[in-house]
Design a protein around this ligand. Structure first.
Ligand code: PHB
Length: 403
């Protein structure tokens, strides 16, 4: 047999993207005895320094804990049994435990990534960071090929299935021919100005605030590090805002007769987060499957993005090992897209609904004024109704997975 070129190899599954979705899939496949190779363009340090949302649904926590990824999520994460919706300067607590029998956990995405990367390293998983020039071809054949450059060396891998878990700027989703995919999307006329501040907690639970000046969210990272956001113009330059102006804006948006005051401190990080809703259907094309942000993006209100990605992967981890044993047309993957999309569209609606209910729209002043008053009516209808509160609690903590 001719010797293989030094850097050519073959592996059942190549996963493009080493964020939480790609790493969790690699971990779950390994526990089923399926080998995979993860290719990530960024460095591990850079991913660890990127701040993302911080809320895990109960099902996500269970998945991470039960599959041996993280016992830290229970130890270092904070169980949240409810959130506060604040309107007209009055907070309304939504009691998740009473309404939906569930909690959420404050455990930042960065920590999920660290746990997953450590677990893959511990178990000897193949994860390559700082990979460039990734290219996929042969998707119509039984042995797709992935070419990439790592450490200045060109490499090539053949596989049976390619997983596109390469995030919201996915190149894998473009591999589905135009005539065989549909894209659905929506943009919003605003963004979030996010800060990390060295300050004590202002609230034990999250506060989602509607105000005439626009939305604000009070979240947290640790006892001494706080995460807060306020609605801003998508073109805002975070560096032109003085710390005092940021605190004044946040303070003005949450102020009310109950005297809620944010504990201030040095702002150590700031950035503007864009808003977008996006779905590409179907999530499978032959031997290519998409997972997480590569197939769908949600605005951050309600923190559904990471949770959805983990759920895609949970389904894939059930179906992929069977599909690989089948080979050929891999019928075991036939319902992946429909199963994943059922939840994706629920979460798309939920994120869109929370976003539009809580943010100040843009446009004709009379219509904006109308919508601001109308959304106050909407929030008050919601919090005055047991059914309304339960609807929010069920969506926020995550619906049961459809079989
Ligand atoms: C966060 O803590 O970063 C966070 C929490 C809830 C959201 C979005 C972001 O809806």
């Amino acid at each position: 047999m001719p010797a293989q070129p030094a850097h050519s190899l073959s592996v059942p599954v190549v996963i493009v993207g080493g964020g939480p979705a790609g790493l969790l899939l690699s971990h779950l496949l390994a526990s089923e005895g399926v080998e995979s190779l993860v290719l990530e363009s960024r460095s591990r340090a850079r991913i660890e320094a990127t701040h993302r949302a911080g809320i895990l649904e109960q099902g996500s926590v269970r998945l991470l804990a039960e599959t041996g990824v993280s016992d830290r999520v229970h130890r270092d994460g904070h169980e949240h049994r409810g959130i506060n919706l604040r309107v007209g300067g009055v907070s309304h607590r939504i009691d998740f435990q009473r309404l939906a029998g569930a909690s959420t956990w404050l455990y930042p995405q960065t920590e999920v990534f660290v746990d997953l990367a450590d677990a893959r390293e511990r178990d000897g998983g193949e994860v390559l960071f700082e990979v460039t020039d990734t290219e996929v071809d042969g998707l119509a054949t039984p042995t797709p090929r992935v070419r990439f450059t790592q450490g200045g060396e060109a490499r090539e891998v053949t596989c049976e299935v390619v997983v596109g878990a390469d995030g919201s700027r996915s190149m894998c989703r473009d591999l589905v021919p135009k005539g065989e995919r549909r894209r659905f999307g929506r943009t919003y006329p605003f963004a979030w100005f996010g800060i990390l501040a060295e300050a004590p907690m202002s609230s034990q639970e999250l506060i989602y605030t509607h105000s005439e000046r626009g939305f604000a969210l009070i979240s947290s990272r640790t006892e001494t590090l706080q995460r807060m956001y306020f609605q801003c113009d998508p073109n805002a330059n975070p560096d032109t805002w003085a710390d005092e102006a940021i605190w004044a804006e946040l303070q003005a948006r949450v102020s009310g007769h109950d005297g809620l005051e944010l504990a201030e401190g040095p702002i150590v990080e700031r950035s503007v987060l864009p808003f977008r809703s996006f779905v590409q259907e179907p999530m499978r094309h032959g031997r290519l499957v998409l997972a997480g942000d590569a197939a769908h993006t949600v605005p951050p209100t309600g923190a559904k993005g990471l949770n959805l990605a983990l759920r895609d992967v949970e389904i894939l981890a059930q179906e992929l090992p069977r599909a690989l044993r089948q080979g050929g047309a891999m019928p075991a993957l036939d319902d992946y897209s429909a199963r994943a999309l059922a939840r994706v569209w629920k979460a798309q609606h939920f994120s869109y609904w929370m976003t539009t209910m809580l943010h100040r729209p843009d446009g004709d002043p009379e219509q904006v004024d109308f919508d601001v008053r109308r959304s106050i009516g909407e929030i008050e209808t919601l919090v005055d109704s047991e059914a309304g509160r339960r609807y929010l609690a069920e969506g926020y903590t995550g619906w049961p997975t459809t079989p």
